[in-house]
Design a protein around this ligand. Sequence first.
Ligand SMILES: *Cc1c(COP(=O)(O)O)cnc(C)c1O
Length: 431
Amino acid sequence: MKLPGHLTVKDGHLYIGRHDCTVLAQEYGTPVYVTDEDRLRENFQRYDSALKKHYEDVQLLYAAKANGNLAVMKVFAELGAGADVFSSGELHLALLAGMEPEKLLFNGSSKTKEDLKLAVEKGVKVSLDSFDELRQLNKIAGDAGKIVEVSFRINPAIDVPTHPKIATGLATSKFGIPADQITDAYRAAMECENVVPVGMHCHIGSQILDVAPFAKAAEVMVKVAGDITALGVRLSFIDIGGGLGIPYRHETEVAPTPEEYADAVLPVFLQGIQKLGIKPQLWVEPGRNLVGDTTVLLTNVNSVKTAHKKFVNVDAGFNLLLRPAMYDSYHEIIVANKADKEAETDYTVTGPICETGDIIAADRKLPMIEDGDILAILDTGAYGYSMSSQYNCRPRCPEVMVAGDRSAVMRRAETVIDIVNTMKKLPWHEK
Ligand SMILES: *Cc1c(COP(=O)(O)O)cnc(C)c1O
């Protein structure tokens, strides 16, 4: 199987960085997410320099929802990243990670007044998604005696080839201001006393494996930039969102590289802004592309069962990795202690959750499997832990970071006590 640079096979064992996955599984227990810090840095720097080769004034805003571990966000913060935050919680994470407020954009189509208050208090920019939100923010900023810089999320009405649940820029999507209301939105913002429109934002979807829709979105954005510049808006940033996919199927899937992405998108952007005679910062919000391939989920085989087909029952299910159940996603699997063995048997790998749909991988060719084997589920750094749950009263597993020779827990395992502690005895149940 084709493997990214940080994953190697030595003496039949899978390694992440310099660490034998079977040893990590022993040391930290299973299930466990393991992330390679060096790979995080590599991914960020590659993406950043691919864009900056075309245009110096680029700011990456890491999409915090892909992987909200503070250690991960700290690595990006150190490298100069800001963040796309989609909740007050993510805003707190970004600040705790050391990201500067000026490099944060508070996104979201359904923010509460408390969300808006927090954005005002912390001095972060807000991407507005409705006229109601504009009115609310103007009031909240006024009450606080502050001026808030905003963008609107533009709906570019672009059809993207990805799973329908993660296409976010369709004309029918819940996100963004539709084309025919955009100039009205900016005009309304200009009339607000406590709000200044300084940016534009869009995000067309996730796991997109073709650069054409991104180029199209950039074209729409610079066209709209022309309309709103004509209104008198001085744009300091244009944010074209994230969404560049990764090759989950290592043998057959081809994903555009960050360089190919930049080569397709930046010329469109640059031509557009040159024509308008403006020089806004370009903001880009990659999530998956920075973190997806950095992480493996190690899971122990509890049992193997031959029924109408062969089932491998492991200790990680959709409680820890929702993507296969939610998006029919594919993740490569390597038997970490038999990594050099021929894959010759079809297995369906299922988790411990009490649901028929708790399938990590269906009909997958793997080496002969026995209980006690350790499976490494690859490319689980994005939307893995961050979408996990405590379903079936299963405490979440730990997350471990490796960096060079070192390894350490970056999030401890939850316990049943953690779960039970948030529950309250009802007053009328007290004896
Ligand atoms: C989810 C999201 C992103 C990141 O998407 P990826 O596909 O992980 O790159 C960026 N911007 C916004 C607004 C998002 O909602």
